[in-house]
Design a binder for this molecule. Structure first.
Ligand SMILES: [Zn+2]
Length: 290
């Protein structure tokens, strides 16, 4: 009797061989994890370092996270500007992995902070950046895992098509309010405001999310009145105590809390769209009241 491998069994063997070669991927936080999951699809799931509820500007490594970095083949992250502690960790622990800091090497736009030193790391909030990053993520995965290159490319294509539709939807939604000035809690909306042509005018906490001093609070308070800001926005997961201080005595309305860094959002492939729609909704809900 001759042994033959049934077509079903050989398909299963091929599928498990392909899965065995899928790279071990680590991501830094929600939005980049979401884009990576869209590209990996059913082939695998990245290990996300920053859990839900964590602040990317204040990341501290735990042993399980250190282990994931040591085991990684690929690390997709924003860059040292967003999570300084991760830079050292990748240098010491991620020695077997290819590190892909998307802010620097992802192929999108990079902006500098207005009126402050440094590179603004909140680049995922420009959907054209997310679009470029999806392409980079697919290319890096394919380089490590050529057997699945066609799947990564197809998943990236689907993700980019959805992203362009999302961008058009948000552009249309924001159009009626885009000239209305507002202030955000921490200086994270520069890319979003640039891309959608919004009249964002300031932030209570500056770029590195440091606690604002008395001088900064006074200057934001004056700004709110000077430019007749329509709204000031708190952020989910961050202490709102300064919002009322600066809004007091001005005509600015206090908007709904924003979640620019996906601090309170469930991780997953859909998280990126949820984040972008959520930020846009807080803006239109409040700014349309005047
Ligand atoms: Zn931030």
């Amino acid at each position: 009797m001759r042994y033959t491998i049934s077509p079903i069994l050989s398909t299963l063997l091929l599928a498990s061989a392909a899965l065995a070669d899928v790279p071990k991927v680590v991501t830094d936080f929600g939005p980049i994890d979401s884009l990576t999951r869209q590209v990996m699809g059913d082939l695998g799931k990245p290990f996300m370092l920053l859990p839900k509820g964590g602040d990317p500007h204040d990341f501290q490594m735990k042993p399980s996270q250190a282990q994931a970095l040591s085991d990684a083949d690929l690390i997709f992250w924003d860059g040292p500007e967003l999570m300084p502690a991760l830079n050292d960790a990748i240098t010491t622990l991620g020695t077997n992995a290819k590190s892909v800091p998307l802010l620097q090497t992802g192929g999108g736009k990079v902006r500098l902070y207005d009126g402050e030193e440094g590179t603004d790391p909140h680049a995922w909030l420009d959907p054209t950046n997310a679009d470029a990053w999806i392409g980079t993520i697919a290319a890096e995965l394919s380089a490590k895992d050529p057997a699945n290159a066609a799947t990564y490319a197809a998943n990236a294509d689907t993700a980019q098509t959805a992203l362009r539709a999302l961008d058009a939807e948000i552009t249309a939604g924001l159009a009626p309010v885009k000239d209305k000035p507002f202030v955000v809690f921490h200086d994270a909306l520069g890319y979003f405001a640039d891309h959608y042509g919004l009249a964002a005018v300031g932030a209570i906490e500056l770029g590195d999310a440091s606690e604002p001093g008395a001088e900064q609070l006074t200057s934001v308070k004056a700004l709110l009145t000077d430019i007749k800001a329509v709204c000031v926005f708190p952020e989910l997961g961050r202490d709102p105590k300064y919002i009322e201080t600066v809004a007091e005595g001005s005509t600015a309305l206090i908007g709904e809390g924003q979640d620019i860094e996906a601090i309170m959002l469930d991780p997953g492939p859909d998280q990126y769209a949820t984040l972008m729609r959520g930020v846009a909704k807080t803006l239109t809900d409040c700014l349309s009241k005047s």
